[in-house]
Design a protein around this ligand. Structure first.
Ligand SMILES: *Cc1c(COP(=O)(O)O)cnc(C)c1O
Length: 353
């Protein structure tokens, strides 16, 4: 294949990505006021409203752009990545847009609705047993078959333009700009790749704001364990049922130094909060959105107790209908040791206490 032809394909691929971005609207920043917290406003960035249903839409667009501009993905070449599901859905969608064959390597406990969606986008799913390193499998297959390894866990913090370009932090602050609280007290997010928290933390410093970053993490997750001592070799002390966050080990894109606080949340509380979000917002969101809500309520309680007012911003990370057969199914929850009714009662107590 000659050089001019390679460039033509590359330019067409880049044009497709840029046109997709032009067709996309920004995601809503929903405001919520809770009676228990007068003077404290909650804002939730609805990342479920992306065409591929999660915040991974931003990441997948950035990863393809990064691979193309680094000369790692060319005409006729397939792409592969390891994912707990959401990233693979977005990557499969962008791969189809670009006419690239895509393979997702995922844990075999991934929610079945996600696997169906990825397959319906024309991608191949490779399911690996728990405990097997999906990233290693993806990397090894990429090397053997000449595929482009998109490497979300390795590249998330680099592939996103943290200074601006409508990254998630810039978008949030622009949406807050004309309101009563242009500088939120906290932005709360989860950590999967670590890309979102890195982008937000860097951008807040760059813009010279006082806003602090709180990571909402399943209890015993590797980010929480590693953050305390900045230990890159830390591993999770407990597994989690919450998809997308609570990694078993410290991933290469974790940037501990831009995070001000970590709130550890038990799975039952995350699930109850995801159920509560449906009541509050009239729509289902996934478990990690629930984890975020619990951390927000704890921060709000601390603000209220200290007599402070202000605002908290967090993310609704993905669509809840992906978990109809898991987190929103009482029988599934019971099988996994979650008593959602008890957890709903203790969630209510956080606001009341
Ligand atoms: C990936 C993911 C997160 C965490 O975002 P990162 O930017 O990867 O750290 C949170 N929730 C869900 C559902 C995700 O898929």
């Amino acid at each position: 294949m000659n050089d001019a032809r390679c460039r033509r394909w590359l330019h067409a691929a880049l044009a497709s990505l840029s046109q997709e971005a032009a067709r996309s609207a920004d995601t809503h920043l929903l405001r919520m006021d809770l009676e228990a917290f007068p003077g404290i406003a909650f804002y939730f960035k609805d990342e479920a409203s992306h065409p591929t249903g999660s915040l991974k839409h931003r990441l997948a667009r950035s990863l393809f752009l990064y691979a193309l501009c680094n000369g790692r993905l060319g005409e006729g070449q397939g792409a592969i990545d390891a994912s707990s599901g959401s990233t693979a859905i977005s990557e499969a969608w962008f791969a189809r847009l670009l006419g690239v064959e895509f393979t997702a390597v995922m844990p075999d406990c991934t929610a079945p609705a996600k696997v169906r969606l990825i397959r319906s986008l024309g991608a191949t799913c490779v399911l690996v047993p728990p405990g097997m390193d999906a990233s290693a499998v993806a990397r090894e297959r990429a090397a053997r078959e000449g595929l482009c390894y998109l490497d979300q866990f390795g590249l998330a913090e680099r592939a996103t333009d943290w200074r601006g370009n409508n990254n998630i932090a810039e978008s949030i602050l622009e949406q807050m700009a004309g309101g009563p609280d242009p500088e939120p007290a906290w932005i709360v997010c989860g950590v999967g790749t670590g890309g979102t928290s890195a982008t937000i933390g860097r951008y807040l410093r760059y813009r010279r704001l006082q806003t602090r970053v709180c990571v909402a993490e399943p209890t015993g997750g590797a980010f929480a364990v590693g953050w305390r001592t900045r230990d890159p070799a830390a591993v999770a002390s407990a597994p989690t049922l919450i998809e997308g966050i609570g990694r078993p080990r410290v991933e290469p894109s974790f940037v501990f130094d831009v995070v001000d606080r970590v709130e550890e949340v038990d799975d039952a509380d995350s699930v109850a909060a995801a159920w509560q979000l449906e009541t509050l917002l009239g729509r289902r969101y996934g478990g990690s959105s629930g984890t975020n809500l619990v951390a927000c309520l704890r921060l709000a309680r601390a603000m209220r107790d200290a007599g402070e007012s202000g605002s908290l911003v967090s993310l609704l990370c993905d669509r809840g209908d992906r978990y109809d057969e898991t987190l929103f199914d009482r029988a599934w929850l019971a099988r996994n040791g979650i008593d959602v009714d008890a957890a709903l009662v203790s969630l209510g107590a956080i606001a009341a206490a």
